[in-house]
Design a protein around this ligand. Sequence first.
Ligand code: LMR
Length: 398
Amino acid sequence: LFSPVELAPRDPILGLNEAFNADTRANKVNLGVGVYCNEAGKVPLLRAVQAAEEARVAEHAARAYLPIDGLAPYDLAVQKLLFGADSALLDSGRLITAQALGGTGALKLGADFLYRLTDKRTVAISNPSWENHRALFEAAGYDVVNYTYFDPATNGLNLDGMLADLDALPEGSVVILHACCHNPTGVDLSLADWAKVIDVVGRRQLVPFLDIAYQGFGENLEDDAVAVRLFAESGLPFLVASSFSKSFSLYGERVGALTMVTASKEETAPVLSQLKRVIRTNYSNPPTHGAKVVAAVLTNPELYAQWEDELAEMRDRIRDMRAALVEKLRAAGVEQDVSFIQRQRGMFSFSGLSKDQVARLADEFGIYAVGSGRICVAALNTSNIDAVATAMAAVMKG
Ligand code: LMR
């Protein structure tokens, strides 16, 4: 049975953890996977999370099944965070939210749901995009194409190219849009850019699927949701995959959600019923712990305020590391302009390092980055940044 099975390549992101763990050098640094580490190099347990967990453990709660679409207070809290606590959409009957297994799980639910719904088979992702977007949608049966996004000449956005490519997509194509903190480039759209994208998407009858895994890591929770809110104002139907892995530092709990905005409240019950079938035939219903903790924090004003402070701490530390990296690269003799590292938003910097340079970083210095040149700035700290800057400068200078 298993003899024809061929060895699959390592995952381009999570596979780096395996290579990193196997490296015996003491001064190795993992800038691969998108995980925030604090100044001590550790994945933090947020104080707000700890408080919610302690209260939950003290309850000694039984572990019944959750509903197929997840914990209702959690689903509502997700909607408030995405659309704003006073959004008219909340009472419109046009929102469906299902708890999902992280942002990836939400994308997969959306992919499977849309695949059953229509016979359109094109999904467009940005060039470049999160490595798993292509793999996930191809695995769900789609043809995945790229739309222009990053402009290497400016280290910024090629908006005209993006709009032209979206305009040329077959009607009904699904378009994956990074709502904030674009992964891997850290290059985001402005408000005016989003308005233009929404115009093309509406005119060409594309299916917008927003991926928001880093809300709070750009400016703040509200500003980072601007794309979601502009789509909401447009009246178009759309999907949103969201995640608390990063913002709550709950990576291993797989706490995410798929939200769908229907065109009218009449559409909502049938859509929810079909989404539940997708979930039930996949993993039945979601796990309890992470969603309970997140819901407890988001519905308690004190814990919410504490969480917002902790999120701001993470965001500010990443900004400091961006500034320090630019300074140290310059000090190490890098002459090319690296100021873009400070303009990029979120956890990543699209460093411009080539595949070969990334390979040299790992081989010669024990510093692991994604093959695309993406480095996780959120894994830098004052103890490892000098080594990283020196190594980067060495491979950049040839
Ligand atoms: C990343 O891009 O590193 C994260 O989103 C983690 C993952 O699942 O790839």
